[in-house]
Ligand binder design. Sequence first.
Ligand code: COA
Length: 252
Amino acid sequence: MTAILQNKENGVLTLTFNRVDKKNALTSDMYAALAEALSLAAATDDVRVVLLQGHETVFSAGNDIEDFLQQPPATPDSAVSRFLRGIAVFPKPLLASVCGPAVGVGTTMLLHCDLVYAGDNAAFSMPFVNLGLCPEAGSSLLAVQLMGYQRASEALLMGEPFMVETALELGLISRVLPPAEVNAYAQSQAQKMARKPLSSLMETKRLMKSARTPSVLSQMDEEAVVFGRLLKEPAAVEAFSAFKEKRKPVFH
Ligand code: COA
């Protein structure tokens, strides 16, 4: 079964996380497929807008923990790094449709999207500290810019989840809908956007993001170095063992 479904319609490339039995946890192969699809979409004239979506019960449980341990992202050229860089510099509109849990990169990838529509069952969390890790995808910068330091601390230092009301108030998402309607609504918005002049869309997006893109990229590089180091330290080893053994981690 293909874990990343691709569908191209009326100028919209829809990338669907299709691994619901594992809560759409993202493996290295899935990151590679996403990175390649984004790179092709950026270069292909018939793709004008990209939409990322999951299932109406779950967006993504973040990195696949077992796969992550087997293939830790050791180089800047790793699949996860290529995907994260791909969404950070994607030159065309990037939309997301989110229902259910959006854990770790399931939330941090949204910080790079131009529009995010959510089901009223969406739950956002960035529990990196609870796993002995640190933020990725530039979220240590972008979450602070979006939420302010105190609320970013609740999300990143306490690892506390937040729901759609907060996400809407913060501006992480643009609209809340019933879960069964979100993907269709996001698709219609994506197709509406795809009918607008592409060079105007691309220049507008570039202008909106150009001031912060260099600092986001350098923050991502720094996060990746720290993340790689923490991944080998005892806290992360314990957190991942606990996840596999379905028990709570003991850090002290
Ligand atoms: N990596 C690998 N497998 C994962 C996963 C992940 N990140 N998240 C969920 N799964 C797997 C579970 O191990 C389980 O597999 P099994 O059926 O073979 O036992 C299956 O997906 C269902 O998960 P489960 O926890 O039973 O579902 P739930 O509905 O009770 O909870 C979540 C859903 C997303 C809240 C919960 O799975 C979760 O918190 N996952 C970990 C998320 C995480 O820490 N991600 C950050 C990684 S950096």
